[in-house]
Design a protein around this ligand. Structure first.
Ligand code: KG4
Ligand code: ZN
Length: 320
């Protein structure tokens, strides 16, 4: 029996080439049928960071194989797909262009609707792949490029409550790793080494006395209050998403903070914290159900904030 709806998600915004097929059951709970991720860590390691040109080349080399495998692993026939969703931004323009063009071309050839997805919205909705999550909710998005608190009020409806004016959390982890001579990407490795370290070994000077965790603790308390102010209801759940949400110390600290405030903490599954295409398909699924399809002229958008208040330069997108 053919399951419905069947959505293919494609992700190529940075250094992961990914494709995933998802559907939902009769209770509207999303089901991941396949989730393929090919990482380019080995290609970029020697340069200490992602090299856009090399990343784009690798996406081009792999995208058809990754999509083919996602279809094969899902057990469906490609012609039974209901829609194709690709990340359209934010990200590296040369990388975005690969998955976006591929998704559009596939949609044309199968005569199916195309859905352009904001990568950050993918992270924002990623917990929906493993639990029921109703709007509105308070979201902490912590990835390589973003550290922000958002009030998520519906599909496509975001209010930014606060953001960093400095490096994003993932970037801070990666820079720390670089200083310590740890190979790119260093975030996960810093976590492993930190778990074996002695937190009392060094007396840190005042300006950096507060560690990442303490800052997050305090800012999250403020975000709880801000959410209440904006929505006129107390936050009853706190969603943490993005690559850094995989960090177990940060998870533990935020879970404790939620306990103290009688708030339910919600995290994506560990393997869905980092970049993946299931989260892109998840946004695709919600948009499909609302009939929100995109024009085939939809541009790749390197800078694409989620919140309506953030400045967005008209015409900043690049048409493909
Ligand atoms: O969401 P993501 O995969 O990509 C972006 O959209 O940016 O996040 C990647 C970031 C990198 O900076 C990486 O070092 C960091 O998440 N990261 C971690 C951990 N796992 C990934 N940082 C700290 N601890 C981790 N376990
Ligand atoms: Zn990401």
């Amino acid at each position: 029996m053919i399951k419905k709806p069947l959505i293919l998600g494609i992700e190529s915004s940075c250094d992961e080439t990914a494709a995933s097929v998802i559907t939902q059951n009769k209770q509207n709970i999303p089901i991941i049928l396949s989730n393929i991720i090919s990482s380019q860590i080995d290609i970029h390691k020697e340069f200490g960071g992602v090299v856009p040109e090399l990343a784009a080349r690798s996406h081009i080399e792999k995208i058809d194989l990754i999509v083919e495998k996602a279809i094969k692993d899902s057990g469906i026939q490609i012609e039974n797909l209901d829609a194709i969703a690709s990340t359209a931004g934010p990200g590296l323009i040369v990388c975005l262009s690969v998955g976006l063009s591929f998704g559009k071309a596939l949609a044309i050839s199968l005569n199916k609707p195309f859905i352009a997805v904001n990568h950050l919205e993918g992270h924002a909705l990623s917990p929906k792949l493993n639990c029921k999550l109703d709007y509105p909710y308070l979201l902490l998005l912590i990835s390589g490029g973003h550290s922000q608190y958002l009030s998520v009020e519906g599909l496509g409806k975001y209010k930014r409550l606060g953001t960093t004016i400095d490096d994003a959390l993932g970037e801070a982890f990666d820079k720390t790793a670089k200083i310590l001579g740890i190979e790119f990407p260093g975030g996960p490795q810093v976590e492993i080494l930190a778990s074996k370290g002695n937190p009392r070994k060094f007396e840190l000077p005042k300006p950096i006395f507060k560690t990442i965790e303490e800052i997050l603790y305090k800012k999250t308390q403020i975000a709880f209050k801000e959410f209440e102010k904006v929505n006129k209801i107390k936050a009853d759940k706190f969603v943490v998403a993005g690559g850094v949400a995989a960090n177990s110390n940060i998870r533990k600290m935020l879970i404790n903070l939620c306990k103290e405030n009688a708030i339910t903490p919600i995290f994506p599954k560990q393997e869905l914290c980092g970049d993946n295409a299931a989260m892109i398909a998840m946004v695709g699924l919600e948009k499909f159900k609302k009939g929100e399809f995109s024009e085939l002229s939809h541009p790749a958008i390197p800078r694409w904030p989620l919140d309506e208040n953030a400045i967005f330069l008209k015409g900043a997108g690049v048409k493909l």
